[in-house]
Each structure stands twice: as C-alpha cells, then as structure tokens.
Design a protein around this ligand. Structure first.
Ligand code: NAD
Length: 261
C-alpha cells in the first residue's frame, strides 16, 4: 500500500534542530528564519557576533527559538565547542546548513596565494569542518541532513569575470557533497547541495553596482532575473524536509534556467 503524501507534516520542522553557518546575513539569515518559522530550534553560527545575534533577535521576535554562536567555520575547535554546546542544549542535531562563504574576485594572474588559500579555507575546509562536526552527532543516531551551499560557479566555467578560487571551491563542494552522501548513506544521513545563481545579498554588492553586468546576467538567464534570498530558502527547506527523503548526493541549481541552456 502507498502511504499518502502529507504536505503539511512534511514541512513541519517542530522538534527538529538546525545549525546554520553564515546565518548572520543574506541567504543564511533567510534560511535560519524560515526553519524557525517552520518550528525548528536554530543555532546561528557566524564569525560576525553582532550579525548572529541580530538574526536570533529577529527569530525570537517572530516567536521562534534561536541561539547565536560566534564561530569562524575555519576554526576546528570553535566549531566543535559550538556544535557540542548546541547539542547539549537541545539533545540532538538534525540539520546543518553549511552556508558561510566568501569570494575574492580577481584576475588569476593577480591573485595571491594567501587570497586563494583564504577562500579555500572558508568555502571548502569550513564546509568539511562543519559537516564532520555535525555528523559526529548525526551518524551515531542514524539520522540527519546536511545542505551545502555550492553555486552555479561550481557547475560552470563562469566567464563574466575572473573568480578562480571561488569557482574551484564551489566545484569541490559539489563533489564533497556526493562523496559524503555516499559515505554516510548507511547512517541515513543525507547530504545535498544547492547551486544558486546570483542572489541579491551583500555578497555581490560590488557586482550589483555594475548595471551593465546585471543586465548581461538577466539576458543570460531564461527567467530573466537575479534571485532573491527567499528564492533560495524554499529549495533549501525542501532538501531538509521529508519530501526529499530519497534525495542524497544531489546538487540542486536554483538558477532561473541558467545552466539548462
Ligand atoms: P552574505 O555575505 O550575505 O552572508 C555570508 C555570511 O557568512 C555573513 O554573515 C558572514 O559574516 C558569514 N561568514 C563569512 N565567513 C565566515 C566564516 N569564516 N565563519 C563564519 N561565518 C562566516 O552571503 P550570501 O549571499 O548570503 O551567501 C551565502 C552562501 O551562498 C555563500 O556560501 C555563497 O558563496 C553562496 N552563494 C551566494 C550567491 C550570491 O550571489 N549571493 C550565489 C551563489 C552562492
């Protein structure tokens, strides 16, 4: 017999707990708020203490439950302490949104090794550190879900401007997602990623200031616009939800058809 699909219960996150890295701004803030509205208890990890606190205050003002943690995702010990503290507070960790990221957009011939390394540390090593720290609680419990934030820049060669360290890390996140999904499937821990197009956040402020560039992006996008943070929040919630119970190792473009061409 086929069990019927219950949309309301599938997107009910009451009783769940979620860690959102980079939750102080942009996409991470949107996801943290949405998870809290859907009933989850949320830990906001951000190296910007004020930003993490502000997101939690917004969530609490909406009646949700959230705790700010000042965490640099590149710092293994900080991540471990914060993950342990949130776990001790709530009893379990169900969801990790591995969202913190940076970009240093520069022609490759002008990119220093230090800047290359900085981007790798946050966008790739940070994703590994946080995934491993969360999975230390998820794997023994045989339950959990991780959503990594890749980018269309991890699934294409880009081309509009040079951004080699960013593109390399986001491509690596796509394959890290596949590999962790396969490794942890036996523990029923699902690992997926999203690959957004350009999203109107502070992250791309310098690009948004270039009107001709924005117009070119719109012209190259079948849905003819850039994304807003809320366009990305829904797909992330879907991947965390029981509606995606049979999906693991997948990277979901949220790109208005950009990669379909
Ligand atoms: P954002 O700059 O608005 O927010 C990023 C957050 O991450 C900030 O709160 C920042 O303080 C935090 N952060 C940065 N480095 C950190 C570190 N080392 N430790 C902890 N926190 C740290 O960016 P956004 O647009 O919301 O981007 C979120 C994710 O989405 C990133 O991984 C980014 O690469 C990805 N993404 C963004 C776009 C876009 O166009 N905005 C497109 C595709 C993918």
């Amino acid at each position: 017999m086929t069990a019927s699909f219950q949309p309301a219960s599938v997107f009910d996150f009451r009783g769940k707990t979620a860690v959102v890295t980079g939750g102080g701004n942009g996409i991470g803030q949107g996801v943290a708020q949405a998870l809290a509205v859907a009933g989850a208890k949320v830990a906001v990890f951000d190296h910007d203490a004020q930003a993490a606190k502000a997101t939690c205050e917004r969530i609490e003002a909406q009646g949700g439950a959230a705790w700010p943690y000042t965490v640099d995702v590149t710092q293994e010990a900080q991540v471990a302490v914060a993950m342990q503290s949130f776990h001790d507070n709530c009893g379990h960790i169900d969801i990790l949104i591995n969202n913190a990221g940076i970009a240093i957009r520069r022609p490759t011939l002008e990119l220093s090794l230090a800047d290359w390394q900085k981007v790798l540390d946050v966008n790739l090593t940070g994703v590994f550190i946080c995934a491993r720290a969360a999975a230390r609680f998820m794997v023994p419990r045989e339950s959990g879900c991780i959503v990594n934030t890749a980018s269309i820049m991890g699934l294409s060669g880009g081309g509009l401007y040079p951004n080699i360290s960013y593109q390399s890390t986001k491509g690596a996140v796509v394959n890290l997602t596949r590999a962790l999904a396969v490794e942890w499937a036996c523990a029923k821990v699902r690992v997926n990623a999203i690959a957004p197009t350009w999203v109107r956040t502070d992250f791309i402020k310098p690009l948004l200031a270039q009107e001709d560039l924005v117009q070119r992006i719109e012209a190259m996008t079948p849905l003819a616009r850039l994304a807003d943070a809320k366009d990305v929040v829904g797909p992330i919630l879907f991947l965390c939800s029981d509606a995606a119970k049979m999906i693991t190792g997948h990277t979901l473009p949220v790109d208005g058809g950009f990669l379909a061409q």
